[in-house]
Design a protein around this ligand. Structure first.
Ligand SMILES: [Zn+2]
Length: 421
């Protein structure tokens, strides 16, 4: 296994900062082991550094802090970066070697002192957060750090955010919080939480860097890797899926066929239905297996089919637990549908962006090389202004769905706008 930061594509500055912090964290542990109590510098809300943990002689700005936020566009590798940093903190060599038990178990998701929070519904609730904060306060069993990774911190409810804030304001000495969010805008992260964290901004990786990692790590042929990296617009995970999964390629082709299908009002509504239904089907395929496995596991744990004394009471309790599970699964399905629809909209936006750059004769490579001719025809017909209007209506649709407009309504409005131009 290569060292833990190898998969962070095109993020040299962030990786350098994380390496320095991991080294500083190890220095803190050594100082603690040598019975020199490590200094804890609690920074005020105005400070950018958060509360810095420094061993004697280490520059505080290069040091370790209790709370971090990884920001960047989708697919830039926020959660990959957080997980790699968690591994470096648990690495027995303090470097993130990728080989030792600390690195391996963290990356494999089985380290006892690393907790990953991946919200399955639309938001992370206060109950879940309180339980997490409580467990994170315990002494690390591996003797290093208790690390909590929150992969979509922008999906915290307000109450959950407050529970987290309390923990970040007075962090237990060996606890580290790693938050991931699209940005540090107050819509994504509360100002008070942000003021206690050090921010690690990630960039959208260039297509060439994404292609390189697909070839090196996943053994994908160079020409396929280049096509997928461009089509995925800097999203590493999406590029890998396009390169490997024929179903994902078929779905993308269907989305990119939308512009030439828009021949009238009826066709616009049909295209809207097709897009929504494809997202539903994709989402269902992605959650069905997990749903069934969870239900079977819960029924087994509850002793399904049990008889005898106490069975009636057990069944009443079981009904409540099954209902709770169904609620969680429904929320996860909604989230999966939105994610699938959003991927489709990003592909569609790429098409109109291509038309726009061609109308402007901008010297940039197209996002979708396979529909470049079609985008070129659109550029001639619509000119830059018409291409831009269409691109904006796709982006407006994404924003509307993000703001909780019913997806079907938003997509129908978008299709009509794309047809009318
Ligand atoms: Zn290691």
């Amino acid at each position: 296994m290569p060292e833990v930061f190898a998969d962070l594509v095109g993020q040299d500055e962030a990786v350098a900062e994380l390496r320095r912090a991991a080294a500083a964290a190890t220095a803190v542990l050594r100082a603690g082991a040598a019975d020199r109590a490590p200094a804890l510098i609690a920074a005020g809300p105005a400070s950018d550094a958060g509360s810095a943990l420094t061993a004697g002689g280490v520059d505080p700005s290069a040091g370790m802090t209790h709370a971090w936020i990884f920001t960047g566009p989708p697919g830039s590798g926020r959660s990959v970066a957080a997980r790699a940093f968690a591994a470096a903190l648990q690495c027995v060599h303090g470097t993130g070697c990728g080989e030792c038990p600390g690195c391996r178990t963290t990356l494999g998701g089985t380290h006892a002192d690393v907790r990953l929070v991946v919200p399955e519904g639309l938001s992370i609730g206060v109950g879940e957060m309180r339980a997490l904060v409580l467990r994170a306060a315990s002494t690390p069993s591996g003797g290093r750090w208790q690390v909590v990774v929150i992969s979509d911190a922008d999906r915290l409810t307000e109450a959950a955010g407050n529970a987290l804030l309390k923990a970040i304001e007075e962090p237990p000495p060996r606890t580290v919080f790693l938050l991931c969010a699209p940005s540090t805008h107050p819509d994504d992260i509360s100002v008070t939480i942000r003021s206690r964290c050090r921010v690690v901004p990630l960039r959208q990786p260039p297509a060439a860097a994404v292609a390189e990692v697909l070839v090196r790590r996943d053994g994908i042929a160079p020409d396929v890797a280049q096509w997928a990296a461009a089509a995925a617009q800097g999203h590493v995970g999406r590029a890998r899926r396009l390169a490997r999964d024929p179903e994902a390629r078929k779905r993308r082709e269907a989305v990119l066929a939308v512009p030439r299908r828009l021949t009238g009002v009826g066709a616009a509504f049909d295209a809207a239905s097709a897009l929504i239904e494809a997202a539903e089907a994709e989402a269902e395929a992605s959650v069905t297996e997990a749903d069934t496995a969870e239900r079977t596991a819960l029924e087994t744990a509850l002793g399904a089919g049990g008889t005898g004394r106490g069975a009636a009471g057990a069944i009443r309790g079981a009904a409540g637990q099954l209902k709770e599970l169904e609620k969680r699964q429904k929320s996860r399905a909604t989230r999966a549908q939105r994610d699938a629809l959003d991927r489709a909209l990003v592909d569609l936006a790429g098409f109109y962006r291509d038309a726009l750059t061609m109308a402007l004769r901008a010297p940039v490579a197209p996002v979708h090389t396979d529909t470049a001719a079609l985008a070129g025809a659109g550029a001639q017909k619509w000119d830059a202004e018409g291409s831009l209007r269409r691109l904006e209506s796709v982006l407006a649709c994404r924003a509307a769905i993000e703001a909780n407009v019913k997806p079907r309504i938003a997509v129908e409005a978008m299709m009509l706008a794309l047809w009318k131009g």
